[in-house]
Design a protein around this ligand. Structure first.
Ligand SMILES: *Cc1c(COP(=O)(O)O)cnc(C)c1O
Length: 392
Protein backbone atom coordinates (compact mmCIF):
# COMPACT_ATOMS: atom_id res chain seq x y z
CA UNK A 1 0.00 0.00 0.00
CA UNK A 2 1.40 3.35 -1.00
CA UNK A 3 -0.20 5.13 1.91
CA UNK A 4 -0.74 4.36 5.59
CA UNK A 5 -4.35 4.90 6.72
CA UNK A 6 -5.26 5.71 10.35
CA UNK A 7 -7.34 2.55 10.64
CA UNK A 8 -7.90 -0.55 8.56
CA UNK A 9 -9.71 -3.89 8.75
CA UNK A 10 -7.87 -7.21 9.03
CA UNK A 11 -9.47 -9.90 6.83
CA UNK A 12 -8.23 -13.51 6.93
CA UNK A 13 -8.87 -16.47 4.61
CA UNK A 14 -11.14 -17.90 7.33
CA UNK A 15 -13.20 -14.69 7.29
CA UNK A 16 -13.59 -14.97 3.51
CA UNK A 17 -14.52 -18.65 3.76
CA UNK A 18 -17.17 -17.88 6.40
CA UNK A 19 -18.79 -15.29 4.13
CA UNK A 20 -18.67 -17.60 1.10
CA UNK A 21 -20.44 -20.32 3.08
CA UNK A 22 -23.37 -18.01 3.80
CA UNK A 23 -23.51 -16.99 0.13
CA UNK A 24 -23.93 -20.67 -0.77
CA UNK A 25 -26.54 -21.28 1.94
CA UNK A 26 -30.34 -20.80 1.95
CA UNK A 27 -30.39 -17.54 3.90
CA UNK A 28 -28.54 -14.36 3.06
CA UNK A 29 -30.49 -12.51 5.73
CA UNK A 30 -32.80 -13.46 8.64
CA UNK A 31 -31.08 -16.84 8.81
CA UNK A 32 -29.22 -18.66 11.58
CA UNK A 33 -25.93 -16.72 11.58
CA UNK A 34 -27.21 -13.43 13.02
CA UNK A 35 -28.52 -15.08 16.23
CA UNK A 36 -25.21 -16.98 16.54
CA UNK A 37 -23.27 -13.74 16.26
CA UNK A 38 -25.55 -12.08 18.83
CA UNK A 39 -25.19 -14.96 21.30
CA UNK A 40 -21.43 -14.99 21.06
CA UNK A 41 -21.07 -11.23 21.56
CA UNK A 42 -23.48 -11.38 24.53
CA UNK A 43 -21.49 -14.26 26.00
CA UNK A 44 -18.10 -12.58 25.52
CA UNK A 45 -19.42 -9.38 27.13
CA UNK A 46 -21.39 -11.01 29.91
CA UNK A 47 -24.70 -9.40 28.91
CA UNK A 48 -28.03 -11.23 28.75
CA UNK A 49 -29.29 -9.98 25.39
CA UNK A 50 -27.82 -8.71 22.13
CA UNK A 51 -29.50 -7.33 18.98
CA UNK A 52 -27.42 -7.04 15.81
CA UNK A 53 -28.26 -4.11 13.55
CA UNK A 54 -26.88 -2.58 10.35
CA UNK A 55 -24.79 0.14 12.09
CA UNK A 56 -23.98 1.61 15.48
CA UNK A 57 -25.94 4.66 14.38
CA UNK A 58 -29.06 2.48 14.04
CA UNK A 59 -28.22 0.84 17.37
CA UNK A 60 -28.04 4.25 19.08
CA UNK A 61 -31.32 5.29 17.46
CA UNK A 62 -33.32 2.26 18.62
CA UNK A 63 -31.60 2.40 22.02
CA UNK A 64 -32.91 5.96 22.49
CA UNK A 65 -36.39 4.93 21.31
CA UNK A 66 -36.46 1.85 23.57
CA UNK A 67 -35.66 4.11 26.52
CA UNK A 68 -38.60 6.31 25.61
CA UNK A 69 -36.65 9.33 24.40
CA UNK A 70 -39.03 11.67 22.61
CA UNK A 71 -39.87 15.24 21.80
CA UNK A 72 -38.11 17.85 23.92
CA UNK A 73 -36.46 15.33 26.26
CA UNK A 74 -32.92 16.32 27.22
CA UNK A 75 -29.99 14.09 26.23
CA UNK A 76 -26.36 14.77 27.14
CA UNK A 77 -23.28 13.27 25.54
CA UNK A 78 -19.59 13.90 24.94
CA UNK A 79 -18.65 16.58 22.41
CA UNK A 80 -15.53 14.55 21.59
CA UNK A 81 -17.30 11.89 19.58
CA UNK A 82 -18.61 11.03 16.17
CA UNK A 83 -21.77 12.98 15.31
CA UNK A 84 -23.86 9.79 15.58
CA UNK A 85 -23.62 9.97 19.40
CA UNK A 86 -25.68 13.16 19.27
CA UNK A 87 -27.75 12.56 16.11
CA UNK A 88 -29.55 9.62 17.73
CA UNK A 89 -31.19 11.97 20.23
CA UNK A 90 -32.13 14.48 17.54
CA UNK A 91 -33.77 11.69 15.48
CA UNK A 92 -36.15 11.24 18.42
CA UNK A 93 -36.95 14.96 18.69
CA UNK A 94 -34.88 15.35 21.84
CA UNK A 95 -32.62 18.27 22.71
CA UNK A 96 -28.91 17.58 22.90
CA UNK A 97 -26.31 19.13 25.18
CA UNK A 98 -22.67 18.30 25.83
CA UNK A 99 -20.47 17.73 28.88
CA UNK A 100 -16.83 18.84 28.63
CA UNK A 101 -14.13 16.17 28.54
CA UNK A 102 -11.59 14.91 31.04
CA UNK A 103 -8.15 16.41 30.21
CA UNK A 104 -6.40 13.06 30.60
CA UNK A 105 -8.73 10.45 29.06
CA UNK A 106 -10.61 12.77 26.64
CA UNK A 107 -13.81 11.01 27.78
CA UNK A 108 -16.88 12.82 29.05
CA UNK A 109 -15.76 14.06 32.47
CA UNK A 110 -17.75 12.57 35.36
CA UNK A 111 -16.80 15.60 37.51
CA UNK A 112 -18.06 18.07 34.91
CA UNK A 113 -21.17 15.93 34.58
CA UNK A 114 -21.83 16.26 38.30
CA UNK A 115 -21.38 20.06 38.20
CA UNK A 116 -23.70 20.32 35.23
CA UNK A 117 -26.32 18.13 36.94
CA UNK A 118 -26.26 20.29 40.07
CA UNK A 119 -26.96 23.38 37.97
CA UNK A 120 -29.55 21.61 35.83
CA UNK A 121 -31.45 20.49 38.90
CA UNK A 122 -31.67 24.08 40.16
CA UNK A 123 -33.33 25.21 36.94
CA UNK A 124 -35.40 22.03 36.49
CA UNK A 125 -33.64 20.90 33.31
CA UNK A 126 -32.24 17.50 34.17
CA UNK A 127 -31.41 15.13 31.30
CA UNK A 128 -33.46 11.99 30.74
CA UNK A 129 -30.48 10.21 29.18
CA UNK A 130 -26.68 10.50 29.23
CA UNK A 131 -24.55 8.84 26.52
CA UNK A 132 -20.94 8.40 27.66
CA UNK A 133 -18.56 7.41 24.85
CA UNK A 134 -15.59 5.14 25.59
CA UNK A 135 -13.27 7.27 23.52
CA UNK A 136 -10.45 5.41 21.75
CA UNK A 137 -11.49 2.27 23.64
CA UNK A 138 -10.70 3.58 27.10
CA UNK A 139 -13.69 3.12 29.41
CA UNK A 140 -15.35 6.14 31.03
CA UNK A 141 -15.65 6.47 34.81
CA UNK A 142 -18.79 4.31 34.79
CA UNK A 143 -19.11 3.80 38.56
CA UNK A 144 -19.33 7.54 39.10
CA UNK A 145 -21.62 8.12 36.12
CA UNK A 146 -23.88 5.28 37.30
CA UNK A 147 -24.09 6.64 40.82
CA UNK A 148 -25.01 10.07 39.42
CA UNK A 149 -27.73 8.39 37.35
CA UNK A 150 -29.20 6.96 40.56
CA UNK A 151 -29.09 10.33 42.26
CA UNK A 152 -30.44 12.41 39.37
CA UNK A 153 -32.65 9.83 37.68
CA UNK A 154 -31.31 9.57 34.14
CA UNK A 155 -30.81 6.57 31.85
CA UNK A 156 -27.44 5.56 30.38
CA UNK A 157 -26.46 4.31 26.92
CA UNK A 158 -22.76 3.48 26.64
CA UNK A 159 -21.51 4.33 23.16
CA UNK A 160 -18.86 1.61 23.07
CA UNK A 161 -18.33 1.87 19.30
CA UNK A 162 -14.56 1.92 19.96
CA UNK A 163 -14.54 -0.50 22.82
CA UNK A 164 -15.52 -4.10 22.11
CA UNK A 165 -12.91 -6.20 23.91
CA UNK A 166 -12.00 -3.45 26.38
CA UNK A 167 -12.27 -4.00 30.13
CA UNK A 168 -13.53 -1.73 32.87
CA UNK A 169 -12.08 -2.77 36.24
CA UNK A 170 -11.42 -6.30 34.95
CA UNK A 171 -14.91 -6.74 33.53
CA UNK A 172 -15.81 -6.60 29.84
CA UNK A 173 -17.29 -3.42 28.40
CA UNK A 174 -20.75 -4.40 27.21
CA UNK A 175 -21.89 -6.20 30.36
CA UNK A 176 -24.21 -3.23 31.07
CA UNK A 177 -23.43 -3.36 34.77
CA UNK A 178 -23.51 0.45 34.86
CA UNK A 179 -25.87 1.20 31.98
CA UNK A 180 -29.23 0.36 30.44
CA UNK A 181 -27.87 -0.38 26.97
CA UNK A 182 -24.40 -0.63 25.40
CA UNK A 183 -23.76 -0.08 21.68
CA UNK A 184 -20.94 -1.46 19.50
CA UNK A 185 -19.91 -0.53 15.94
CA UNK A 186 -18.51 -2.95 13.37
CA UNK A 187 -17.44 -0.39 10.78
CA UNK A 188 -14.15 -1.45 9.10
CA UNK A 189 -12.01 0.98 11.09
CA UNK A 190 -13.34 -0.33 14.41
CA UNK A 191 -12.03 -3.29 16.45
CA UNK A 192 -13.90 -6.02 14.54
CA UNK A 193 -15.91 -5.52 11.38
CA UNK A 194 -18.98 -6.70 9.50
CA UNK A 195 -18.52 -4.14 6.69
CA UNK A 196 -21.26 -2.00 8.21
CA UNK A 197 -22.88 -3.14 11.42
CA UNK A 198 -23.63 -2.56 15.05
CA UNK A 199 -25.18 -4.13 18.11
CA UNK A 200 -27.11 -3.29 21.25
CA UNK A 201 -26.58 -5.15 24.51
CA UNK A 202 -28.80 -5.09 27.57
CA UNK A 203 -29.73 -7.13 30.63
CA UNK A 204 -33.30 -5.80 30.68
CA UNK A 205 -35.91 -8.11 29.15
CA UNK A 206 -38.41 -5.31 28.44
CA UNK A 207 -35.77 -3.20 26.69
CA UNK A 208 -34.66 -6.22 24.69
CA UNK A 209 -38.20 -6.85 23.43
CA UNK A 210 -38.41 -3.22 22.28
CA UNK A 211 -34.96 -3.20 20.64
CA UNK A 212 -35.72 -6.39 18.77
CA UNK A 213 -39.06 -5.05 17.56
CA UNK A 214 -37.70 -1.64 16.50
CA UNK A 215 -34.99 -3.30 14.41
CA UNK A 216 -37.62 -4.75 12.11
CA UNK A 217 -40.56 -2.39 11.48
CA UNK A 218 -42.06 -2.66 14.98
CA UNK A 219 -43.41 -6.07 13.98
CA UNK A 220 -44.00 -8.94 16.43
CA UNK A 221 -44.54 -12.62 15.66
CA UNK A 222 -44.86 -13.88 19.23
CA UNK A 223 -48.57 -14.07 20.10
CA UNK A 224 -47.85 -13.00 23.68
CA UNK A 225 -46.83 -9.57 22.38
CA UNK A 226 -49.93 -9.16 20.18
CA UNK A 227 -53.01 -7.11 21.01
CA UNK A 228 -55.31 -10.06 20.25
CA UNK A 229 -54.88 -13.74 19.31
CA UNK A 230 -53.46 -14.32 15.80
CA UNK A 231 -55.96 -14.31 12.91
CA UNK A 232 -54.22 -17.44 11.60
CA UNK A 233 -50.84 -19.04 10.97
CA UNK A 234 -49.83 -16.21 8.60
CA UNK A 235 -50.32 -13.57 11.20
CA UNK A 236 -47.96 -10.90 12.53
CA UNK A 237 -48.64 -7.50 13.97
CA UNK A 238 -47.00 -4.14 13.63
CA UNK A 239 -47.55 -2.60 17.02
CA UNK A 240 -45.32 0.47 16.74
CA UNK A 241 -43.25 2.34 14.15
CA UNK A 242 -39.95 0.54 13.63
CA UNK A 243 -37.31 0.41 10.91
CA UNK A 244 -35.42 -1.99 8.70
CA UNK A 245 -32.16 -1.89 10.62
CA UNK A 246 -31.39 -5.60 10.17
CA UNK A 247 -27.88 -6.99 9.75
CA UNK A 248 -27.50 -9.64 7.01
CA UNK A 249 -26.23 -13.16 7.64
CA UNK A 250 -23.41 -12.41 5.19
CA UNK A 251 -22.24 -9.64 7.51
CA UNK A 252 -22.84 -11.64 10.68
CA UNK A 253 -20.66 -14.46 9.32
CA UNK A 254 -17.80 -12.01 8.92
CA UNK A 255 -18.37 -10.69 12.43
CA UNK A 256 -18.53 -14.16 13.93
CA UNK A 257 -15.28 -15.13 12.23
CA UNK A 258 -13.62 -11.86 13.30
CA UNK A 259 -14.55 -12.52 16.94
CA UNK A 260 -12.11 -15.44 16.94
CA UNK A 261 -9.32 -12.88 16.69
CA UNK A 262 -10.73 -10.21 19.02
CA UNK A 263 -8.17 -10.75 21.78
CA UNK A 264 -5.35 -11.08 19.24
CA UNK A 265 -6.37 -7.79 17.57
CA UNK A 266 -6.32 -5.90 20.84
CA UNK A 267 -3.05 -7.47 21.95
CA UNK A 268 -1.49 -6.30 18.67
CA UNK A 269 -2.93 -2.80 19.16
CA UNK A 270 -1.22 -2.66 22.57
CA UNK A 271 2.08 -3.78 21.01
CA UNK A 272 1.82 -1.00 18.44
CA UNK A 273 1.03 1.50 21.20
CA UNK A 274 4.19 0.41 23.01
CA UNK A 275 6.31 0.85 19.88
CA UNK A 276 4.94 4.39 19.51
CA UNK A 277 5.59 5.09 23.19
CA UNK A 278 9.20 4.04 22.96
CA UNK A 279 9.81 6.15 19.87
CA UNK A 280 7.86 9.25 20.83
CA UNK A 281 9.91 10.50 23.70
CA UNK A 282 9.65 14.14 22.61
CA UNK A 283 8.49 16.06 25.68
CA UNK A 284 6.33 18.33 23.57
CA UNK A 285 4.14 15.36 22.59
CA UNK A 286 1.53 14.11 25.06
CA UNK A 287 1.03 10.35 24.79
CA UNK A 288 -2.31 8.68 25.49
CA UNK A 289 -2.94 8.24 29.20
CA UNK A 290 -3.95 4.74 30.27
CA UNK A 291 -5.92 4.21 33.44
CA UNK A 292 -4.15 1.28 35.17
CA UNK A 293 -7.51 -0.04 36.46
CA UNK A 294 -8.84 -0.53 32.93
CA UNK A 295 -7.83 -2.21 29.68
CA UNK A 296 -8.28 -0.15 26.54
CA UNK A 297 -9.12 -1.70 23.19
CA UNK A 298 -6.84 0.99 21.67
CA UNK A 299 -9.12 1.81 18.77
CA UNK A 300 -7.17 5.06 18.36
CA UNK A 301 -3.68 6.23 19.25
CA UNK A 302 -4.14 9.94 19.90
CA UNK A 303 -1.22 12.23 20.64
CA UNK A 304 -1.38 15.90 21.55
CA UNK A 305 1.15 18.32 20.20
CA UNK A 306 2.15 21.03 22.63
CA UNK A 307 2.18 23.58 19.87
CA UNK A 308 4.26 26.19 21.66
CA UNK A 309 7.10 23.74 22.24
CA UNK A 310 6.89 21.44 19.21
CA UNK A 311 8.92 22.21 16.08
CA UNK A 312 5.89 22.70 13.86
CA UNK A 313 2.27 23.72 14.32
CA UNK A 314 -0.66 21.33 14.63
CA UNK A 315 -1.79 22.13 11.08
CA UNK A 316 1.73 21.77 9.72
CA UNK A 317 2.06 18.37 11.37
CA UNK A 318 -1.12 17.24 9.61
CA UNK A 319 0.03 18.57 6.25
CA UNK A 320 3.46 17.07 6.69
CA UNK A 321 2.12 13.61 7.47
CA UNK A 322 -0.68 13.62 4.92
CA UNK A 323 1.64 14.83 2.16
CA UNK A 324 3.88 11.87 2.83
CA UNK A 325 0.96 9.42 2.56
CA UNK A 326 0.32 9.00 6.27
CA UNK A 327 -3.39 9.59 6.57
CA UNK A 328 -3.58 10.90 10.12
CA UNK A 329 -6.93 12.10 11.37
CA UNK A 330 -8.49 14.20 14.10
CA UNK A 331 -10.94 12.45 16.39
CA UNK A 332 -13.02 14.49 16.75
CA UNK A 333 -14.11 17.87 15.55
CA UNK A 334 -16.20 18.86 18.61
CA UNK A 335 -19.80 18.06 17.71
CA UNK A 336 -21.03 21.50 18.87
CA UNK A 337 -18.78 23.05 16.20
CA UNK A 338 -20.62 21.29 13.36
CA UNK A 339 -22.87 23.75 11.49
CA UNK A 340 -25.92 21.57 12.15
CA UNK A 341 -25.31 21.83 15.91
CA UNK A 342 -23.79 25.30 16.20
CA UNK A 343 -27.16 26.78 15.24
CA UNK A 344 -28.46 25.60 18.65
CA UNK A 345 -26.20 28.26 20.17
CA UNK A 346 -23.45 26.38 22.03
CA UNK A 347 -20.68 28.53 23.47
CA UNK A 348 -17.11 27.37 22.80
CA UNK A 349 -16.12 28.78 26.19
CA UNK A 350 -18.35 26.17 27.89
CA UNK A 351 -15.97 23.45 26.71
CA UNK A 352 -12.40 24.58 27.50
CA UNK A 353 -10.91 21.07 27.67
CA UNK A 354 -12.53 19.98 24.40
CA UNK A 355 -11.33 23.18 22.70
CA UNK A 356 -7.75 22.72 23.95
CA UNK A 357 -7.82 19.11 22.84
CA UNK A 358 -9.13 20.03 19.39
CA UNK A 359 -6.21 22.38 18.82
CA UNK A 360 -3.61 19.73 19.65
CA UNK A 361 -4.87 16.21 18.86
CA UNK A 362 -3.71 13.89 16.08
CA UNK A 363 -4.78 10.27 15.63
CA UNK A 364 -1.75 8.35 14.40
CA UNK A 365 -2.25 5.16 12.35
CA UNK A 366 -3.39 2.28 14.57
CA UNK A 367 -4.60 -1.10 13.31
CA UNK A 368 -3.47 -4.71 13.73
CA UNK A 369 -1.77 -4.97 10.32
CA UNK A 370 0.45 -1.93 10.90
CA UNK A 371 4.12 -2.99 10.86
CA UNK A 372 6.96 -1.80 13.07
CA UNK A 373 8.62 -0.30 10.00
CA UNK A 374 5.48 1.69 9.26
CA UNK A 375 5.25 2.92 12.85
CA UNK A 376 8.88 4.09 12.59
CA UNK A 377 8.07 5.84 9.33
CA UNK A 378 5.14 7.67 10.97
CA UNK A 379 7.29 8.78 13.90
CA UNK A 380 10.11 9.83 11.61
CA UNK A 381 7.79 11.96 9.49
CA UNK A 382 6.28 13.56 12.55
CA UNK A 383 9.49 14.34 14.39
CA UNK A 384 11.72 15.18 11.40
CA UNK A 385 9.61 17.54 9.35
CA UNK A 386 10.78 18.13 5.79
CA UNK A 387 12.53 21.47 5.57
CA UNK A 388 12.81 21.80 9.32
CA UNK A 389 16.57 21.18 9.37
CA UNK A 390 17.14 23.94 6.88
CA UNK A 391 15.33 26.44 9.08
CA UNK A 392 17.97 26.40 11.77
C1 LIG B 1 -18.14 4.83 14.48
C2 LIG B 1 -18.90 5.45 15.57
C3 LIG B 1 -20.30 5.53 15.58
C4 LIG B 1 -21.12 5.13 14.40
O1 LIG B 1 -20.88 3.84 13.99
P1 LIG B 1 -21.49 3.29 12.62
O2 LIG B 1 -21.43 1.81 12.82
O3 LIG B 1 -20.62 3.78 11.52
O4 LIG B 1 -22.89 3.79 12.51
C5 LIG B 1 -20.93 6.04 16.68
N1 LIG B 1 -20.23 6.49 17.73
C6 LIG B 1 -18.89 6.46 17.76
C7 LIG B 1 -18.17 6.95 18.96
C8 LIG B 1 -18.19 5.96 16.66
O5 LIG B 1 -16.86 5.97 16.68
Amino acid sequence: MAYIPYGRQDISDEDIQAVVEVLKSDFLTQGPVVPKFESLVAEICGAKYATAVNSATSALHIACLALGIGKDDLVWTSPNSFVASANCAVYCGAKIDFVDIDPRTYNLSAEKLEEKLINAKKIGKLPKLVIPVHFSGQPCDMEKIFSLSQEYGFKIIEDASHAIGAKYKNEPVGNCKYSDITVFSFHPVKIITTGEGGMTLTNDKELQIKLYRLRSHGIVRDSREMTHPPDGPWYYQQIELGYNYRLTDIQAALGLSQLNRLDQFIKRRHEIANIYRNLLIDKSIVLPYQNPENYSSFHLFVIRIKTKEFKISHKQAFEQLRNSGILVNLHYIPIYRQPFYSKFGFKLSDFPETEAYYSEAISLPMYPGLTETEVKEVVHRLTNPIGYQTLF
